[in-house]
Design a protein around this ligand. Sequence first.
Ligand code: G6P
Ligand code: ZN
Length: 543
Amino acid sequence: MTAITHATTPYDGQKPGTSGLRKKVRVFAQQGYAENFVQAVFDVVERAPGSTLVVGGDGRYYNRTVIQQVIRMAAANGYGRVLVGQGGILSTPAASHVIRKYGASGGLILSASHNPGGPDEDFGIKYNIANGGPAPEAVTEAIYARTQTIDRWVAEDTPDIDLDSIGTAKVGGLTVEVIDSVADYAALMETLFDFPAIRAAVAGGLTMAFDAMSAVTGPYATEILERRLGFPAGTVRNGVPLEDFGGHHPDPNLVHAKDLYNLMMSPAAPDFGAASDGDGDRNLIIGRGRFITPSDSLAMLAANAHLAPGYAGGLKGIARSMPTSAAADRVAAALGIPAFETPTGWKFFGNLLDAGMATICGEESAGTGSDHVREKDGLWAVLLWLNILAVRGVSVDALAREHWAKFGRNYYARHDYEALPTEAANALIADLTAALPTLPGQAFGPLTVAAADSFAYLDPVDGSTSANQGLRVLFEGGSRIVFRLSGTGTEGATLRVYLERYEPADGNLDADVGVMLADLIAAAEAIAGITRHTARTAPDVIT
Ligand code: G6P
Ligand code: ZN
């Protein structure tokens, strides 16, 4: 067997975004496109000769094609071992765990997260480093720079290997191990959560519905929820990963997981409803008749985490992204532990987790996780909720009410204006940035601005700074509006407006969210001129 050197020329635009290189399948399918990127990764990342590489993805269309190519290229690039999930399947959190558990130098995760899949839809390649987390900016910058000068990629000239049977194969000097996609992850979950308590609750009548959205969590949820925890067959819906996710957006929000939402609001609702996204890192939590926002979920999980064996010793700190509501900060204050506010993007939690400064992290964009891996983890959040409900013997609704009665409630919504002309969105942000210094003291209806700024983050671990991470308008009394442009959109610009109103523990805790946020919605328009800039009169999506 021989390694073959393929001459190539650079492609423009191979700059990894928030979560790796994400493009349409037909872009990836161009001659050498994926190979250029993978070779750029292999050329620049830290790895000793003979290192282990983890490869797997969310099962979307083109997953298998790229995995086969990665294996040939890893063999020709001096890796000693490739661990690949059976059928090419590894959820993002499972891949993070496998990298850590087997001491890999890194991993390639093939996914476009919650974006649709199929020949005309999206594909993605993301590199994670040895700590199991997404490559930091210095690494992605180096990868990008390499893609701009790349002139060859190397691969063993070998046939496809069998990805569907667990076992070991040789490709040149490389050992390829096809591993059970679920086993290591499920074993980790058993160390963190009180499975016997959950099993007992299930035997006692606790019911749930989990929507895997025809994406990667199907096999994980089926093994853990149905086989290990005893929920009846059928608890996991849409549990078979499909290359096109059944034609849906595998995004667990109230728009794309509408069937689950409708079920949970109906008389037939089970006790607990949950969903996860394409690659298994996001989560949606809905109790019977009660949707829990991701911001509230973080706060409620943090307040009760000690009920799970993995967190019985208490939390070191809680971290949230800036646009996530401050509900978790109140829990941190009550627990006497630090609260961290980071820019949007899971990668900003990595240093805090590695340094042992935070244990639990969360984002308003439906991500929650802990220091057990270095990615957010959808099923982890579901299992922590189940653990808490099982031990406490209360409903989701009761737990939420009790939480708010203790800490107060941060009413919260995100308004998204999608596919805006980029110039219009940039102009809105530029005008608002210029106006920030004039805002303090101004009144908008009943709201008076206390402070306004452009969020900048100073990483307390490595001292790096990240500026321009969103515009904050803070009102007297703890309410807040954040304006930010999405970093993950693929069409034009997406404006996100995050609205948050704090209602103290003796206030109105169970009112309609839209009603409670009405003054803030009006203030957002008055402050930013959304209609003037974008000609839109209403958001496209409210989450
Ligand atoms: C990805 C990242 C998240 C981040 C989100 C923000 O999902 O993994 O950590 O919160 O993007 O997306 P946005 O579109 O708001 O930039
Ligand atoms: Zn995802």
